[in-house]
Design a protein around this ligand. Structure first.
Ligand SMILES: Cc1cc2nc3c(=O)[nH]c(=O)nc-3n(C[C@H](O)[C@H](O)[C@H](O)COP(=O)(O)OP(=O)(O)OC[C@H]3O[C@@H](n4cnc5c(N)ncnc54)[C@H](O)[C@@H]3O)c2cc1C
Length: 347
């Protein structure tokens, strides 16, 4: 299967982002790894709390393949890139928030905080660490599918089902997952075709359930998807006639986009999400994980809400630490660095 990122320029420099290798470890109140909706929302909250924050992002947001984002109140139909552009723009006035395109490749707990290493060789120190690194979807190995992904091939009916209401839709999926996805899509259309792509592992009971709902089933291996300009036109099978379809939904796996949660000792749910508690805190002291990487529903609006929650909780934890330090007459390293910078810029 070809890598869709090859066609969409994944990892290209996000516009307007700074970032240069530094030899000395820079100190931050919080480093946020991942500048998607979750990470940027946390940055906004922490910036408003005047916290010194660095957001590191490699520009590989999960929905970068999609032409439009749905289900976000006030932003329904907005291109994902536009949401990110406006989010970065609105972080502009918050002078304690820095954006960088660095990839964080390693992290370890140190001195009550975290030491981080970036791919460009720079090192960072953070009092708190927020991972908003997202997940990566596994696409079915069907020729022609990557070219249509995000336009007429989708995985989430909540995100894209409404756009294909009452139209001829295919479902790619094996076993009960495929049957379940086909059943859930009957809300949007009754013209459904389930393709098991060469695996005949549907139970008799599933066949009966699908039959009762009017869902047709094709068991043959798919040779390719055909279409143009992102629009699916037909599915070609190894045997039998091709099928004209307008859209295809698939059920496949996903994995964490970053190894950092595992390296830092996070617990995972059996679906592979980081098992977070209240306000996205993990079992690792000082470490928070929000957005798709953590265990709640995977939507942009939820990711942004989780980022805001994590930002608030991180500020609260820092505040308690700062107040305790004030009482004992010591200052936090990031606060000292920030005060030094203010003194320098004041003249
Ligand atoms: C095709 C498609 C369409 C979708 N459509 C919708 C929709 O219509 N509506 C909806 O609500 N949701 C939709 N989603 C889901 C939505 O994309 C996610 O819920 C949302 O992007 C989660 O935000 P996030 O910030 O957690 O992660 P992401 O948006 O994936 O952002 C994570 C960021 O972390 C960065 N990163 C990862 N590791 C590192 C590292 N080590 N160092 C630096 N940076 C790193 C990545 O480059 C990326 O920019 C869709 C998903 C897909 C795949």
């Amino acid at each position: 299967m070809s890598d869709p990122s090859a066609q969409h320029g994944a990892g290209s420099r996000p516009e307007g982002w700074a970032g240069s290798p530094r030899s000395e470890p820079e100190r931050y109140d919080c480093v946020i790894v991942g500048g998607g909706p979750a990470g940027l929302s946390a940055a906004l909250m922490l910036g408003r709390c005047r916290r010194r924050v660095l957001v590191c992002d490699t520009g590989e947001g999960r929905n970068r393949w999609a032409h439009a984002m749905h289900g976000f109140l006030t932003r329904d139909g907005t291109p994902p890139s536009e949401l990110l552009r406006v989010s970065r723009e609105q972080l502009g006035p918050y002078d304690t928030v820095e954006l960088s395109e660095r990839r964080i490749v390693d992290a370890a707990r140190a001195d009550g905080g975290f030491d981080l290493a970036a791919a460009d060789g720079s090192r960072l120190r953070a009092r708190r660490l927020l991972l908003a690194t997202g997940v990566v979807d596994e696409l079915p190995a069907v020729p022609g599918l990557p070219e249509l992904y995000g336009r007429s091939v989708h995985h989430c009916p909540y995100c894209d089902g409404w756009e294909w209401r009452d139209q001829p839709v295919a479902v790619w999926g094996r076993g009960e997952n495929g049957a379940g996805l086909a059943e859930s899509l009957t809300i949007w259309t009754r013209d459904l075709l389930l393709c098991t792509d060469g695996t005949g592992d549907l139970t008799d009971e599933s066949h009966q359930r699908l039959d009762a709902l009017g869902v047709r089933v094709r068991l043959e291996r798919i040779v390719r998807l055909e279409g143009s300009d992102g629009q699916l036109e037909r599915i070609v099978f190894e045997q039998g006639a091709p099928e004209d379809r307008r859209a295809l939904f698939f059920s496949a796996g996903q994995r964490q986009a970053s190894e950092l949660p595992g390296k830092l000792g996070c617990q995972f749910t059996h679906q592979g999400a980081v098992d977070t508690g209240k306000c996205e805190a993990t079992d690792v002291p000082g470490l928070y994980v929000c957005g798709d990487a953590s265990r709640e529903a995977q939507f942009v609006i939820v990711a942004a809400a989780e980022g805001a929650e994590a930002g608030m909780a991180i500020n609260q934890a820092l505040l308690e630490e700062d107040l305790a330090r004030l009482r004992t007459g010591t200052r936090s390293p990031a606060a000292s660095a920030s005060a030094d910078r203010s003194r320098r810029s004041a003249g």
